[in-house]
Design a protein around this ligand. Sequence first.
Ligand code: NAP
Length: 246
Amino acid sequence: MLEGKIALVTGAGRGIGREIALTLAKNGAFVIVNYNGSAQRAEEVVKAIREAGGDAVAMQCNVSDFAESEELVKNVIAQYGRVDILVNNAGITRDNLIMRMTEADYDAVLDTNLKGTFNMIRHLSRFFLKQRSGKIINISSVSGVMGNAGQANYSASKAGLIGLTKSVARELASRNVCVNAIAPGLIETEMTDALSDEAKENLKSLVPLGRMGRPQDVANMVLFLAGDNADYITGQVLHVDGGMVM
Ligand code: NAP
């Protein structure tokens, strides 16, 4: 399905990004597994992909850094010549009530989740334009759509990603580049492991399907948006949330 395509997935050493990388590779894409701190886990993802008959490479980059992201893009283009699928998945939380939220926690979340995605798109957009094809998929969140008490920074970053997605979709559409966002609900990863049982139960009670989602649920939507079957879909926010937002 994705044979011959080159995919770059940010934050792919663990969690949802890992599953996205494995899924794209299983379907034929060559995957660049970006990581920031999790070098060993990123190498394990590459190993798992190769053992399953695919191919991938791990590359370190802190996506919140404009110059570092430019360097990553330069290296990727120098070595592989193009990127067909960019998945902006890297993200962090620094939860607190607004009254107690520090400036550093606000900045860190906006820098990684929103500016990190801007950085990657900014540096890759001219290659996408030249190619006259491509898929950009940004991982937002239901928090960016409905808000979430204790996550003003995170919700702002994820809502910002939706605006970024729609604006870039309009800019790149004439060159056949599709840009979409996915808004996952409550997905089982280390990010949600950090929540208290009470917070998890409260959130789960908002899910009509009555359970948490799995990273594979999100990866399945990425696979769809990355493939030819989604060629006429751009500027959209696709929810993978068990019906949490409807
Ligand atoms: P996770 O398990 O905490 O993993 C976060 C990933 O982001 C890690 O691979 C991490 O890489 C990477 N990352 C963080 N800062 C980075 C940076 N500056 N540069 C490059 N990579 C960076 O989280 P997750 O649950 O898989 O979440 C993945 C995405 O889905 C995030 O954008 C998150 O906001 C979104 N999301 C998650 C849920 C959920 O319920 N889990 C719901 C909605 C949306 P290193 O370990 O290498 O630093």
